[in-house]
Design a protein around this ligand. Structure first.
Ligand code: NI
Length: 262
């Protein structure tokens, strides 16, 4: 599989479960702007066969290289950023939940999900776009996981897919600032993640970011229609060729899928 096909498949699923992303893209393109991806982010559990170590070889096979590790102690998440040597390729941010740091009960719930994974599907890069690799959990299990770790609940209900695509604000011709872009989108009716402020980061840390609040959809959880959060859109403006991520900002961006709101 070629990288372009992989990225197209990710985008297709993403706009299906997060229609706001398609609407934002249309709004930008109507202004003559081009949607260029700064990065694409994934979430997973640190459990075989879908831990970071198992998924990373797919990124490396597409030509990506590890750039830098990141740790989010409070959220019990670790991650790597990946860069591609070809110009114009999106960065990738792959994170995993450190499930051993959760309660024994939550670990058991997650183990019940990952035990259902067909190991064969993990050998294909499209496992990163497969959605649920297990039967949807019951609503009680979903809520139990959410309570303990919003990230744990999100993966339980969404499985593997692009958690967000990120628009490169540097590449937008019609906006001079991230603030201007976010204000425009708010005027257009999109709800923004305000955890840690509307804009995370500063020119001094070489990266400014903002994001929408995730879209929601109804999922049947053992016959109970339940509203879950899906994906969101992030916006990033980089300074001086900075290639990495800023943990304090990314920590707040994770909260874009928190159904309780920031
Ligand atoms: Ni991001």
């Amino acid at each position: 599989m070629k990288l372009d096909e992989f990225l197209s498949a990710l985008w297709k699923r993403y706009v299906q479960i997060a229609p706001s992303a398609g609407k934002i893209r249309s709004l930008l393109e109507a202004r003559g702007d081009t949607w260029v991806n700064d990065h694409i982010a994934f979430r997973t559990y640190d459990r075989s066969p879908i831990d970071l170590e198992a998924l990373e070889p797919h990124l490396l096979a597409f030509g990506y290289k590890r750039y830098a590790p990141y740790a989010f102690e409070d959220k019990k998440i670790r991650a790597y950023g990946y860069l591609h040597p070809e110009a114009g390729r999106p960065r990738i941010f792959l994170s995993e939940l450190e499930t051993q740091k959760l309660s024994v009960g939550a670990q058991a719930r997650i183990a019940e999900l990952t035990a259902q994974i067909d190991a064969k599907v993990v050998g294909d890069p499209l496992v990163l776009n497969a959605g649920l690799l297990w039967q949807p959990p019951s609503r009680a299990v979903y809520q139990e996981l959410l309570q303990e770790s919003e990230y744990a609940g999100w993966v339980a209900a969404n499985g593997l897919c692009a958690n967000h695509f990120t628009v490169s604000v540097n590449e937008l011709a019609s906006f001079e600032s991230l603030e201007g872009l976010l204000e425009f989108l708010q005027t257009e009716g999109f709800a923004m993640n305000t955890a840690g402020g509307l804009i995370k980061g500063t020119p001094e840390v070489l990266l400014e970011q903002g994001s929408t609040l995730a879209d929601r959809r109804i999922l049947e959880l053992e016959g109970e229609a339940t509203e879950i959060t899906t994906c969101y859109v992030e916006f990033a403006r980089r300074y001086q060729g900075f290639e990495g991520f800023v943990p304090a900002s990314a920590d707040k961006i994770f909260e874009s899928t928190d159904s309780k709101g920031p």
